[in-house]
Design a binder for this molecule. Structure first.
Ligand code: B12
Ligand code: SF4
Ligand code: SF4
Length: 395
């Protein structure tokens, strides 16, 4: 009954689990001990509450985990976008409305329904926002396996989904044995991670992860990592784009997750020119707003530094100096130097010799695994719009 209602609300999968996470506790603290959480102090702030659900919400007996797919087919091909150096790449999960809001609302409705059936049930819903081991709980509820990229992967639905859960005092029969490991010999995500952030099977050193660097990290980004970030200005999807299980991605069913403000085709130079006010207005309701204008400018400056040489880019970069903060200025100076070096190289040597990054061209994986049905869909939107001279003169 609970599951049927979850499906009616738009969740693609729902499972129940017990609350014993003791199998993960030592590894979790090991991860913190190695400082892999970087500056995400909230990851270390809650002691054992994350690995012991009844310490977070006393009386918790069971957990109801749900999945909601977000991969939108009706958008520009993410791989073409990732490989186009003048376009911005925004993680697929952040193209539309903030998922926290969408899932929280639906979890509240699911809780309401359960209460209508069991009035004395205690229920607390979470999405990404509390000390909860979401992937491990969903794994124990039979909703997938934990991949080498550390993400929860459903063998019939890949990994392009959000996870949410409800802690409850109800005793619900746990779902069947978790799905077994599905990675086998594959190592595609480890090999293709642009910054080598997956340091062992299932272990991500967040300090190297582009998702962390562009979203969570405060302050300057290590110069060594900047060239590897390519045009990824918010989050990173590479370890999902190369995962063969993502052949089986179901389509997004929520209008809320469709791309807003043409973020699936945006040019870096256009996004960089937004004022703080434009950023606040355009990003209202988007998860991107949370990072604030300073990080937004920092991230785009890096991407512009990684773009092919273009005089216009240098002009734009210079025009933003002194506008936001010393930290942003430092990234702008870096980007200008990168552009100037690229310009010199472009003039001096054959373009094919130009070293885009010290360890190779980011986002040039041998193979990507787009959802089968998405391929057909993307054909209509394959060629990204580019900046033209007439557009320039309108600015
Ligand atoms: C912190 C966090 C991040 C951090 C750290 C990532 C990470 N892998 O932990 C950063 C900012 C980098 C990040 C990035 C992303 N995230 Co995130 N993130 C979270 C968050 C808030 C907590 C995750 C957590 O607990 N990490 C702590 C570590 C310790 O957990 P772990 O990796 O599972 O730890 C195990 C291993 O490290 C292993 N281990 C450690 N040491 C050792 C040693 C040995 C010997 C062994 C064997 C094992 C081992 O054991 C640990 C315990 O089981 C969750 C939401 C939540 N509350 O759960 C979302 C969440 C995991 N993120 C999510 C998403 C979508 C992403 C991105 C795809 C976003 C994007 N496109 O940019 C990327 C993917 C990057 C990646 N490959 O992980 C989704 C995942 C959905 C899914 N299908 O799994 C979640 C669940 C949010 C949600 N509600 O939907 N994220
Ligand atoms: S999100 Fe990107 S940087 Fe982070 S682990 Fe995955 S591929 Fe590597
Ligand atoms: S890319 Fe390969 S190794 Fe990585 S999570 Fe997917 S199946 Fe596992």
């Amino acid at each position: 009954m609970i599951k049927d209602h979850a499906y009616q609300l738009g969740f693609s999968h729902c499972g129940f689990s017990h609350t014993d996470l003791s199998a993960y506790e030592a590894d979790y603290f090991n991860w913190l001990g190695l400082n892999y959480h970087g500056t995400m102090s909230y990851m270390a702030a809650h002691g054992t509450k994350r690995t012991r659900p009844s310490e977070l919400i006393p009386g918790t007996q069971s957990v109801i985990s749900v999945l909601m797919p977000y991969f939108e087919y009706d958008q520009y091909d993410p791989i073409i976008q990732l490989q186009s150096k003048q376009h911005a790449y925004v993680s697929r999960y952040a193209l539309g409305r903030d998922y926290h809001k969408v899932l929280r609302k639906k979890l509240a409705k699911l809780a309401e329904f359960i209460l209508s059936q069991v009035p004395d049930a205690a229920l607390r819903g979470f999405v990404d926002s509390a000390p909860v081991l979401e992937r491990q709980l969903a794994y124990q509820a039979g909703l997938g396996f934990l991949g080498k990229n550390s993400l929860l992967i459903h063998p019939k639905a890949g990994s392009w989904f959000f996870i949410g859960e409800i802690y409850t005092n109800l005793t619900l029969a746990s779902d069947s044995t978790p799905v077994r490991d599905g990675c086998g010999q594959c190592q595609a995500c480890i090999q293709e991670c642009p910054t080598q952030a997956i340091v062992a099977d299932g272990v991500v050193d967040a300090r190297r992860c582009i998702s962390y660097l562009t979203i969570e990290h405060q302050g300057a980004i290590d110069e060594e990592l900047r060239p590897l970030m390519g045009n990824r200005i918010y989050g990173c999807d590479d370890c999902q784009l190369v995962c063969p299980w993502n052949h089986f991605t179901p389509p997004n069913q929520q209008d809320d997750f469709k791309a807003r403000h043409e973020l699936d085709q945006a040019l870096l130079i256009d996004l960089f020119s937004w004022s703080q006010q434009e950023f606040e207005v355009q990003m209202a309701g988007s998860p991107i707003r949370r990072i604030g204008y300073e990080k937004w400018q920092r991230n785009i400056a890096i991407a512009l530094g990684n773009a092919d040489f273009d005089e216009d880019i240098i002009t734009q970069l210079k025009s933003r100096l002194g506008q936001v903060s010393d930290m942003v200025d430092e990234h702008i100076y870096w980007a200008i130097t990168q552009q100037q070096q690229a310009g010199t190289l472009t003039n001096a040597v054959e373009k094919s010799n130009y070293p885009t990054s010290p360890i190779g061209l980011p986002s040039s994986a041998a193979k990507y695994y787009l959802p089968k049905s998405a391929k057909a869909q993307f054909k209509t939107k394959r060629v990204l719009p580019v900046r033209t001279d007439s557009q320039d003169s309108l600015d």
